[in-house]
Design a protein around this ligand. Structure first.
Ligand code: ADP
Length: 299
């Protein structure tokens, strides 16, 4: 019964989360557009706060969706060949300004300057983002974060994330990978962005790729997360036949072309937008209209 209830709960979360995505996109997109054209410092600050939190909400919604798919056994791996050193560095340093704001220093180390691997890039990105985000979030001014990549064997990758942050009490360590677990911060201000989902998803995503994650921590001293991932041989994906076949276009029900003047310019690239949510369709149209020739369809 408990398991059934749990599944029901997950499905419910997944369903409502999905419904949250479109409204969130329609909040976030216009906010970012307004930010790009606003120069007033006070308004910029307000827009930035709204955009940051809408982005965070979208991140949480996406994590709930991924967890739901994982539980249903529907989250599939999509491995591609990419340079892990390049990817890790790029993600890491995208946190530079947040780290600077909190007076935290970022160090990057890698035993190789570049290394092509064959794993699910998107999922690995998410793992890195979650761990880096936590290492900064649960840190203190003057603290340090180190991301280290190592290749102990030809077919093994070790990612280590060390921080000199607030640490995790020994009693909490066994629970941090559990669904919705949020640690006690023992007098440190609770970071605003805490859902207790990040590490659960991180662990699942690593195990889905036959890897492991370990944690060592000392309260008041810092925390080290170590991820070990087996590396399958790199396969350069050929464009498979089904990718080369043209996608059959939907039947032109409810076709609507954008005003003729924007569609006249033959030099413009054509884009077909298929979106049944009217506001989202209109929003996408407003974003793309200046540059592209647009075709709209509801389904
Ligand atoms: P969230 O950060 O959203 O609360 P997570 O699943 O990412 O959720 O983490 C669960 C808990 O583990 C956090 O609430 C925090 O108490 C603890 N934690 C995670 N990473 C660190 C870290 N680098 N340093 C200290 N505590 C951490």
């Amino acid at each position: 019964r408990l398991q059934e209830l749990d599944q029901l709960k997950s499905r419910f979360f997944a369903n409502i989360s999905h419904e949250f995505r479109t409204p969130l996109t329609l909040i976030l997109g216009p906010l970012q557009q307004l930010l790009a054209i606003t120069n007033q410092p006070k308004e910029r600050q307000q827009l930035k706060t709204a955009a940051t939190y809408a982005q965070r909400l979208l991140g949480m919604v996406n994590q709930i969706l991924d967890l739901g798919q994982l539980e249903a056994g529907k989250l599939e791996l999509n491995p591609v060949a990419f340079d892990i050193v390049e990817l890790a560095k790029a993600i890491y340093y995208s946190f530079q300004s947040i780290a600077e704001q909190q007076d935290i220093q970022l160090e990057f180390e890698s035993s190789k300057e570049s290394r092509k691997i064959y794993l699910d890039k998107g999922k690995l990105e998410q793992v890195l983002i979650n761990l880096i985000d936590n290492a900064i979030k649960y840190n203190r001014p003057g603290g340090q974060v180190t991301l280290q990549l190592q290749f102990p064997k030809k077919d093994q990758l070790t990612i280590q994330l060390r921080d000199t942050g607030i640490g995790i009490p020994a009693a909490s360590l066994p629970y941090i990978f559990q669904f919705y677990y949020r640690g006690h911060t023992n007098g440190h201000t609770r970071p605003q962005a805490s859902s207790g989902l990040g590490l659960t998803l991180t662990k699942e995503l690593i195990e889905l790729q036959n890897g492991q994650i370990k944690v060592e921590s000392q309260e008041g001293v810092g925390t080290t997360f170590t991820v070990n991932l087996p590396l399958p041989p790199v396969v350069q994906k050929e464009l498979s036949e089904h990718l080369l076949k043209p996608v059959p276009l939907p039947q032109p029900i409810n076709w609507e072309t954008t005003p003729a003047d924007t569609n006249k310019d033959e030099s413009k690239t054509s884009i077909l937008i298929v979106e049944d949510h009217q506001d989202l369709q209109r929003y996408l149209q407003s974003c793309l209209q200046p540059t592209y020739k647009l075709w709209l369809a509801e389904d």
